[in-house]
Write a protein of this length. Structure first.
Length: 702
C-alpha cells in the first residue's frame, strides 16, 4: 500500500451523456446504464483505495462530466492550475473544483480567459518529475504551454494530437514508473513522435496497437507499479508484467461511452518535480501579416488551414476588412508551433503564399557561406515558384531565375552591388553566400483582380472533368492563338501516349501552324513518332486498325537504328528518310526540342540526353520565358517541368489519371489547370477549334 499517493475522485451521482463533445459520445446520448456505471465506479474507487488515499469532491447536478476529475486541473505540490474548459457544456464545473481546491489550502492559478486548458487530461508529468508532457490539438491550446512552463517552473514538451478519438493526451499516452512510457504512436503527428523518441529510450517505450488504444489501455492509473486499467490484450499484459507491473483490469465500459476510463476518473494530487528540472519550453511563435483578397480569394482560410494542418496554432491580432469586394484586406496573425522546426515549416509555406514578417524590425537575411561545392548550409531557405525578394544590407533584392526547390545565392555584380539568384544545390560553389532561415525573405504575390469577358479566365487552379473538356478546349485554343499572334512562347511537354492514341498528327499540325515554340519529352515520344512515320505503327501496333503487326515489335529498334545511322533526327529529315510527324515539323520549322533519357530507353536516339543533370538544364533553358506550358499525358516529365517553372506561367496538364493533374495543381500556382480526359480526345478537339478560329466556316472532321 502506497498511502503517500493521493487521488481526487467524484461519484457518478449525476453522470450521464447529455451532449456530444467527442466522438465516443456520438450514438450514446442518454443510453447510459446508470446502475452499472455506479457499480463500475465503486469498483475502481475501492481498488484505488487499496493502494492510495482518495479524496472526494461533491458531484453537482447539471454537470454530468464532473466524474472525470482528471480534467479539473493540473496539480504540482500544493499548486493547481485550474482548467479552462473549451466546451460550454463543461465550463460550469470550474467553480466547484476551484472551491474544493481552495478549501483544501491549494494555491489556485488560472490561465487567461479564453485560453483553453483541460488539466491533467492534457498535462502529464513524467513519473520521475523531470518534465511535463502537454497535449494540444483538440481541447488545450498550444499557447497555454509556455504559460504552464512559467507558472510551474518546469520543462514542457508539446505533443500534437491528430486523431479526434484521442482528444486528450491521457487517452493515448501514459507515463509509467521507472521511466517507462505506454503510448499509441498513431495518435500523434510526425514531429511529436520524434519528440517522444528523442526523450524516451527505445527500451523504455511501449507502443501499442489500435485495438488496445481503443480499449483505453493508455487511460490507466499507475501507482508505483500497480497498473489499473479498463482492459488490455494478452500480449500487452505480458509486456507490462515482464517489466514488473502488476496489471489490474476493471470493466469501465459505461465511462468509455463518454470517452473516459480509469485515468479520466482520477486526478493525482501528489505530483512533485525532480531537483534537476529547469524551466524550458519548446513552443516558438512569430507574428506575420497578409494583405490581399483574403476573403474573396479564400486566402485567409488557406493560411489558417496551413497553420493548423502543420501542427501550429494561431491568434488573430488585427484584421482589417476591405470596404469593397475588390479592395484588399489585411490581417496580422500570431503563429505558434511546438518547436522551431515546425514553426519554420509552417512559416515557409505562409511566406510562399505571400506572408511577410510583422516584427517591428525586419532583419536582413541570414547569409551563410558554402563550405563544400554542391552542398548548401544546413538551414538553407527552399524556394517556391513565386517571385521572391531577400533583404540584404537594408535593400530588398529580387531573386532572379525563380524556380521551385532551389536555394538563393547572393553574389556580387561587376559594379560591386549584391545580386540574388535562385540556384540548385548541386550548382553551389565554395564561398558563395546562401540565404538561410526565413528572416529577410518575402514572396511577391499578384493580387486577385476582375477579368474581362474576353480574358482567359478559367485558369484558377481547377481540375476539369471530362464533362467540361469542350468548354476548356475552347478557352485554351483562344489563349494559344493569343500567345502565337503576339509572338509569345508555348512549350509542349509530351509523353508517348500522344502517339499511342493516334493524335501525333494533331500535335504535328500545332507545330506546323506556329502554336508550339518548343517540345520537351523523353526518348519514347520521339521514337514512337518516328516509327509512326516510317511504318505506321507505334510499338508495333497499327494505329489505323489498332492491331499488332506481324514482326512489328522490331519497328521501334529499326527506327532507332535508322536515326543513329544518319547521326540525328535533323540529318534524317534533311536526307528525306523522315517525311512527316511531330519532329519532322520541328526540324522543318526550326522548333527546338529537348529529350531526357532514362534507364528504360532503347537506343537511345542521338539527341536523347542521358546525363540527367544536363537534361534538366536543357529543359530549364528551353522552358525559360514560356507563356504557356501544355503538358500532355506524361507524369514525371510534367512534374519535373512544373518544379522548374516560376509563377506566372500558365500550366495546362491533360491526363486521364486525376492524380497527375492534382499533383500539378498542388504546386499552388494560380495559373495552373488540370483536365482529366483522354489526351487523344483533347488534342483532336483543340485542333478542330483552332481551325474554326482560323476559318470561321465549318470544316470536316480532322
Amino acid at each position: 500500500m502506497t498511502r503517500s499517493i493521493r487521488y481526487l475522485m467524484c461519484a457518478p451521482d449525476h453522470y450521464d451523456i447529455d451532449y456530444i463533445i467527442n466522438p465516443w459520445m456520438s450514438g450514446n446520448v442518454h443510453r447510459l446504464n446508470q446502475g452499472l456505471a455506479s457499480q463500475q465506479w465503486q469498483q475502481l474507487y475501492a481498488t484505488v483505495r487499496q493502494y492510495a488515499q482518495v479524496e472526494r469532491v461533491k458531484p453537482e447536478r447539471g454537470w454530468p462530466d464532473m466524474v472525470f476529475t482528471a480534467n479539473a486541473g493540473m496539480v504540482l505540490d500544493r499548486t493547481v492550475i485550474l482548467s479552462t474548459f473549451r466546451h460550454p457544456e463543461r465550463q460550469g464545473e470550474q467553480q466547484y473544483f476551484e472551491a474544493w481546491f481552495a478549501s483544501q489550502g491549494y494555491i489556485v492559478r488560472k490561465l487567461p480567459d479564453g485560453m483553453a486548458f483541460e488539466g491533467a487530461g492534457d498535462a502529464l508529468l513524467d513519473r520521475a518529475g523531470r518534465w511535463l508532457w502537454a497535449g494540444y490539438g483538440f481541447r488545450t491550446a498550444l499557447e497555454a504551454h509556455p504559460l504552464l512552463a512559467s507558472l510551474l517552473d518546469l520543462e514542457v514538451l508539446s505533443l500534437h494530437l491528430v486523431d479526434n478519438r484521442f482528444y486528450h493526451l491521457d487517452t493515448c499516452f501514459c507515463p509509467l514508473s521507472n521511466g517507462y512510457l505506454l503510448y499509441y504512436p498513431n495518435a500523434f503527428d510526425t514531429y511529436s513522435n520524434r519528440t517522444i523518441e528523442m526523450r524516451v529510450p527505445e527500451d523504455k517505450r511501449i507502443a501499442i496497437g489500435e485495438a488496445d488504444a481503443l480499449n483505453f489501455a493508455c487511460n490507466a492509473v499507475d501507482m508505483d507499479g500497480t497498473f489499473v486499467v479498463n482492459r488490455v490484450s494478452a500480449e500487452l499484459r505480458d509486456t507490462l508484467e515482464a517489466r514488473g507491473f502488476a496489471v489490474i483490469d476493471l470493466d469501465l465500459s459505461e465511462f468509455i461511452k463518454a470517452g473516459g476510463a480509469a485515468k479520466c476518473l482520477t486526478l493525482r494530487l501528489t505530483e512533485q518535480l525532480s531537483p534537476e528540472t529547469v524551466e524550458k519550453v519548446a513552443v516558438c511563435s512569430r507574428s506575420i501579416s497578409f494583405e490581399g483578397q483574403l476573403l474573396d480569394g479564400n486566402l485567409l482560410n488557406e493560411m489558417l488551414d496551413t497553420i493548423v494542418s502543420g501542427g501550429g496554432s494561431f491568434q488573430i491580432e488585427q484584421f482589417q476588412l476591405g470596404e469593397q469586394r475588390l479592395n484588399p484586406s489585411s490581417v496580422k496573425l500570431h503563429v505558434c508551433a511546438a518547436s522551431a522546426l515546425e514553426l519554420d515549416d509552417i512559416l515557409s509555406q505562409l511566406i510562399a503564399r505571400g506572408a511577410t514578417s510583422a516584427d517591428e524590425f525586419v532583419r536582413n537575411a541570414d547569409l551563410q557561406s558554402v563550405v563544400q561545392a554542391g552542398v548548401a548550409p544546413e538551414e538553407f531557405y527552399v524556394t517556391s515558384i513565386y517571385p521572391t525578394e531577400v533583404l540584404v544590407c537594408g535593400e530588398w533584392l529580387p531573386v532572379f531565375n525563380q524556380r521551385m526547390d532551389g536555394t538563393i545565392a547572393v553574389t556580387g555584380t561587376e559594379a560591386g552591388q549584391p545580386r540574388a539568384v535562385c540556384r540548385l544545390i548541386r550548382d553551389l560553389q565554395v564561398g558563395e553566400l546562401v540565404v538561410c532561415g526565413l528572416q529577410g525573405v518575402r514572396t511577391v504575390r499578384q493580387p486577385a483582380r476582375e477579368r474581362s469577358p474576353q480574358e482567359f479566365s478559367f485558369m484558377g487552379s481547377s481540375i476539369s472533368s471530362e464533362r467540361r473538356v469542350e468548354l476548356a478546349v475552347d478557352r485554351i485554343a483562344w489563349e494559344l492563338r493569343q500567345v502565337r499572334d503576339r509572338g509569345g512562347k508555348t512549350i509542349v511537354v509530351a509523353g508517348p501516349v500522344v502517339i499511342h492514341t493516334g493524335c501525333g498528327p494533331h500535335l504535328a499540325s500545332l507545330v506546323r501552324e506556329g502554336y508550339v515554340q518548343g517540345i520537351l519529352g523523353g526518348n519514347a515520344i520521339a521514337v514512337h513518332d518516328l516509327e509512326q512515320t516510317l511504318y505506321g505503327t507505334s510499338l508495333g501496333v497499327d494505329l489505323q486498325r489498332g492491331q499488332a503487326v506481324k514482326g512489328g515489335h522490331r519497328h521501334h529498334l529499326k527506327t532507332i537504328n535508322l536515326i543513329r545511322q544518319h547521326g540525328s533526327i535533323a540529318a534524317a529529315v534533311e536526307a528525306g528518310a523522315i517525311s512527316s510527324g511531330i519532329f519532322y515539323e520541328c526540324v522543318r520549322r526550326g522548333i527546338p526540342f529537348a529529350l531526357a533519357g532514362s534507364i528504360r530507353d532503347d537506343g537511345p536516339l542521338p539527341e536523347t540526353q542521358m546525363d540527367l543533370m544536363q537534361a534538366q538544364a536543357d529543359y530549364a533553358e528551353l522552358a525559360k520565358g514560356a507563356d504557356i506550358i501544355l503538358m500532355l499525358s506524361t507524369m514525371l516529365h510534367s512534374i519535373g517541368v512544373g518544379n522548374m517553372t516560376p509563377a506566372g506561367v500558365k500550366l495546362i496538364c491533360v491526363d486521364i489519371n486525376p492524380a497527375v493533374v492534382t499533383k500539378l495543381a498542388d504546386r499552388g500556382s494560380l495559373e495552373s489547370v488540370g483536365i482529366v480526359t483522354d489526351v487523344g480526345l483533347f488534342l483532336s478537339l483543340l485542333v478542330q477549334q483552332l481551325y474554326r478560329m482560323e476559318k470561321p466556316a465549318p470544316i470536316e472532321q480532322i
